[in-house]
Write a protein that binds this ligand. Structure first.
Ligand SMILES: C[S@@+](CC[C@H](N)C(=O)[O-])C[C@H]1O[C@@H](n2cnc3c(N)ncnc32)[C@H](O)[C@@H]1O
Length: 261
């Protein structure tokens, strides 16, 4: 029997399949620039440079990961940032999940070749339905990954389930600007969402979904001035990409803590 959901453009199942296709088509292209698949380098007052290593170091510091913690890298790509974290924090244990079976395969090889093998694990899984027991993690990282969710409240309820009491969520992402938009801006965000297979919600929606799932949002910052964009897609030579003159997007960082239950 045919899968009717998969045939229906815009349905949840259709988007999920589109996202898996997107990563199968583009991951090797992103890998030409390294194993961190992010569109912007985060630089704060302590950052030394503007490489992906500097970005990962800055995120490691700002997320506050510590020796002995168990971390979920939710939407881990090929585990570039997870491997970086494990290499720099000796007792850290990292579990990555990616929707893309291809990325998980690439990540397995990178992990096997790394001195951090044994403390970094990866599997293909949907972060809305995690294959981990309750209260497994001290922290959940979403590095340019939470914005792919169509079910933010369900997502953070699931994250709350797998986090310890007082566990932390650290999010760095691209968000849709809130407020009124011109027709041109609507057209651009609509095209952006389709090209990147990414709903790109406003930051307020993500904070509200965290609060609805019982998190205390301790910080929600517009970090656009701290980002050095690294748009690589035009260099891939793939027809799906096109430039956007002034897309109504911005960068944001959210930190939230799970209330004790
Ligand atoms: C822009 S990449 C970022 C990858 C990685 N965080 C990094 O910094 O290199 C977005 C990632 O989110 C993952 N993702 C999107 N939706 C997901 C879902 N429902 N479940 C698990 N991973 C998801 C994709 O598979 C992809 O690995």
């Amino acid at each position: 029997m045919k899968n009717r959901a998969a045939e229906s453009p815009g349905s949840m199942q259709w988007w999920k399949e589109e996202q898996i296709r997107y990563w199968r088509e583009t991951t090797d292209h992103y890998l030409k620039f390294g194993t961190t698949i992010q569109a912007g380098i985060l630089c704060d007052e302590d950052s030394e440079g503007q490489s992906y290593d500097d970005n990962n170091r800055t995120i490691l510091k700002r997320s506050g990961l510590r020796d002995g913690q168990v971390v979920l890298d939710a939407g881990c790509g090929v585990c570039g940032p997870g491997l970086h974290a494990a290499m720099h924090v000796p007792g850290l244990e990292v579990h990555g999940v990616t929707l893309s079976p291809y990325q998980a395969e690439v990540a397995q090889k990178l992990i096997a070749d790394s001195p951090a093998a044994g403390r970094v694990h990866v599997q293909a899984a949907d972060y809305h339905e995690l294959p981990f027991p309750d209260r497994t993690f001290d922290c959940a990282l979403f590095l340019e990954s939470a914005g792919y969710s169509f079910r933010l409240e369900e997502l953070f309820a699931e994250i709350s389930r797998v986090l310890q009491d007082d566990g932390k969520v650290y999010i760095k992402d691209v968000f849709c600007r809130a407020g009124e938009m011109t027709v041109q801006e609507w057209k651009q965000i609509d095209a952006f969402r389709r090209i990147y297979a990414q709903p790109t919600p406003p930051m307020q929606d993500m904070s509200a979904a965290l609060a609805a799932a019982g998190f205390a949002v301790t910080s929600a910052l517009d970090i656009t001035p701290m980002i050095v964009p690294r748009p690589r897609e035009r260099e891939f030579g793939l027809p799906r990409f096109r430039p956007f003159p002034a897309p109504p997007i911005h960068w944001g960082e959210i930190v939230a803590i799970k209330a004790a239950t």
